[in-house]
Design a protein around this ligand. Structure first.
Ligand SMILES: [Zn+2]
Length: 381
């Protein structure tokens, strides 16, 4: 749940950036005393501004509170398997500065933290924003994250093996002099869609990331589901697909991701089509399948059927009203994406399918970084 300040600022933002104390209390449910004390604090540090509005009819002028959008900022970081994104947002969640960089393959803890903190510090400096207004950072990682302790347990898709247990939040916090928390990329993606996406406010929403790995995030009854290592919630990528013989980065044989994920597609193409080096890449396979190449069609149809089984399982588990796709393999005209949608339509009963919206994320590559910025806001603002 958002902290007290975040709840007050959310209430004002939802009324176009201006609200009375009474409206804020109705929206937040805070006690009058607690709310007024917090508002006074926010007024004294310049986060809120007070304005006297003339009433429409007879009566006393109304005191209205307005959000000073540039009073505080938060940083959202998303360490993806191939790219790392950093955004700095203001209190209206406008992106004031962003950077997208390649994620290096893991070469040890010392190198990793030196690289990561260096990039964050560059970004803070390049933004030109006052450091004392930057309130906190949330790091989303494509991997297993112990959110309660801010520990990165693994990031198999960029070389961090299970059990590495990197103290991500503590190390970044110490090097960047900011409060830091951490979640998975997919949890951040779901939270970004819930707050900023096409289906913002949709209380039961699932995000599916079709990329290097196959990921998913879940918002259920307006709450973000957050996994802990050993207590996974809403993971699609490691659902077991009968017939899939590949060993996954998690150690199991036959996970969805261990065929449909871009890394594994490349490996599967090398194994199955050694005489066709031009197809040893997920994007090349997708393009070749679109032109009807029978080898590529066979591989991508299998990937799409696995995707569809995984997504149908998510529908059974969470009954979402909307499913939002993102990631490198979610291209509107892409072969595997189109086939995946077609295969799901073939699995789900028509009545169930007709109540559910499918769409491609409009938030672009910074989707999870935006979700992370929102989580940093809820925790540290
Ligand atoms: Zn797995």
């Amino acid at each position: 749940m958002p902290n007290c300040d975040a709840a007050i600022l959310d209430a004002i933002r939802s009324r176009s950036g201006q609200a009375s104390r009474k409206e804020i209390q109705q929206a937040t449910g805070l006690s009058w005393g607690t709310m007024c004390a917090q508002i006074n604090q926010l007024l004294s540090d310049g986060t809120l501004l007070s304005e006297r509005l003339q009433p429409a009819g007879r009566g006393r002028p109304v005191l209205s509170l307005r959000l000073n959008q540039q009073a505080r900022y938060m940083v959202g970081l998303d360490i993806g398997a191939s790219q790392t994104k950093i955004v700095i947002c203001d209190l209206a969640f406008r992106v004031m500065h962003q950077q997208v960089l390649p994620t290096p393959y893991y070469q040890g803890e010392k190198h990793f933290f030196a690289w990561l903190s260096g990039r964050v510090q560059d970004c803070l400096q390049n933004s030109g924003l006052a450091r004392d207004k930057i309130r906190g950072l949330c790091a989303a990682v494509s991997g297993n994250v112990d959110s309660e302790n801010g520990v990165l347990v693994s990031g198999g898709n960029f070389g961090i093996s299970w059990g590495a247990d990197l103290p991500l939040a503590a190390r970044l916090s110490e090097r960047c002099q900011l409060p830091v928390c951490s979640v998975t990329t997919q949890a951040a993606a779901a939270w970004a869609e819930y707050h900023f996406g096409e289906h913002a406010g949709c209380g039961n929403l699932v995000t599916i990331g079709l990329g290097v790995g196959i990921g998913s995030g879940v918002v259920a009854n307006h709450r973000l589901l957050i996994s802990q290592p050993g207590r996974p919630i809403g993971y699609i990528g490691h659902l077991l697909m009968p017939g899939n013989k590949h060993i996954c980065t998690c150690g199991f044989r036959g996970c969805l991701e261990a065929y449909s994920g871009a890394h594994f597609l490349r490996q599967a193409a090398r194994d199955q089509l050694p005489h066709r080096p031009e197809l040893h890449d997920a994007r090349a396979l997708d393009q070749a399948a679109a032109t009807g190449d029978p080898d590529a069609v066979e591989m991508m149809n299998l990937a799409a059927s696995y995707n569809a089984i995984g997504i149908a399982s998510m529908v059974q588990l969470y009954s979402p009203d909307a499913i939002v796709f993102s990631g490198g393999q979610s291209q509107p005209q892409g072969y595997v994406y189109q086939q995946t949608i077609q295969a799901i339509n073939g699995i789900l009963p028509v009545e169930r399918r007709s109540r559910m919206k499918f769409s491609l994320s409009r938030l672009g590559v910074i989707q999870s970084a935006l979700g992370a910025a929102r989580l940093a806001y809820e925790k540290f603002i």
